[in-house]
Design a protein around this ligand. Sequence first.
Ligand SMILES: *Cc1c(COP(=O)(O)O)cnc(C)c1O
Length: 384
Amino acid sequence: MNAIPYGRQWIDKDDIAAVAEVLDSELITQGPKAEEFERKLCELTGAKYCVVLANGTAALHLAVAALEIKKGLEGITSSNTFVATPNSLIYNGLKPVFADIDPRTFCITPQTVKAKLTDKTKIVMPVHFAGQSADVKGIRETVGKNIFIVEDAAHAIGSFDAQGNPVGSCRYSDAAILSFHPVKTITSGEGGAVTTNNPEIYEKLIQLRIGGITKKPELLSKNPGPWYYEMQRLGFNYRMTDFQAALGLSQLKKLEKFVARRNEIILAYNTGLAGIKHLTLPYTPKELKSAFHLYVTRIDFGALGINRADFINALIAKYKIGTQVHYIPVHTQPYYRENFGCKDGDLPDTENYYQCALSLPLYPKMTDAEVRHVIEHVKEFTDK
Ligand SMILES: *Cc1c(COP(=O)(O)O)cnc(C)c1O
């Protein structure tokens, strides 16, 4: 049996053909495929607008930038996330403030957000951890209309919220971001997107993606000729290439199949690993349909008398089973300690969760035999 990583892409011949077709064409940077990918992502999520970008981090950066929040104000987010989420606040001159997670869903909640609200709070960024939607409706009701909400939906393309809206619909938020990194549910190599229902945010994103410039006649202050464009804000180059968009489009056709397979594996794990004393299965609220980006167990390493590093190393060495920890709480990172005065003990539920979290392999191409192999040996290590 080959080594089983914690997550990986599934690329088929038709994906490769889609990329090759673009590479054979005249235009290989952002063009018609990127536009088509944007339209399809709008159809999937139900959002009015979509802007595809170079990666999910760029999507976070620009989603916050497009809100043009005054520097020095505060943004509330989760510490149980990839560093890119809170970093996007810092890129925009905002102060990251961390709300604790719910100990069962591992997402920030209306209550934990409320506990961190100040008169400087201007944005909240919930993360749909592991694919399960955070309570964005509840957070909106808690923060009111004057605070922006940008959803980090990097884990959650293909998921639905408790109200039945596709994640990315922005029903209760100002914008949502997606990532198409290879470990995510569908991939474009590197890639990301912002969805929104707000035409002004959309127009700013379009400009921020390419240098902050526009050529649209209706937006120009004057128009001396066909060469003319104006830089109206400070932008970047965060375009997605058309061959990446072609891969994303091709993968998007398989989203349902991928999500169905992820759900099958989750069911097999939940059944196969049930009833183990020192292993807690992930909690799945009944009202949520999830695309399940991660399968996060909690293991009481203390009670088992083994430390997590030894456990992880043994699973790989003996059985070629790769696991991962999602995530090291961002507020404990040296950069955050040094620059924002974050410290251990700030977020008890996030820190307790981190002590026992372990993500088991989960990707649609996993075979049933591989799933059984993981169950058998995780059981062997934990059922004591
Ligand atoms: C992957 C990820 C990102 C960043 O996406 P990239 O495409 O890798 O830049 C942001 N937030 C979360 C929660 C992620 O998992």
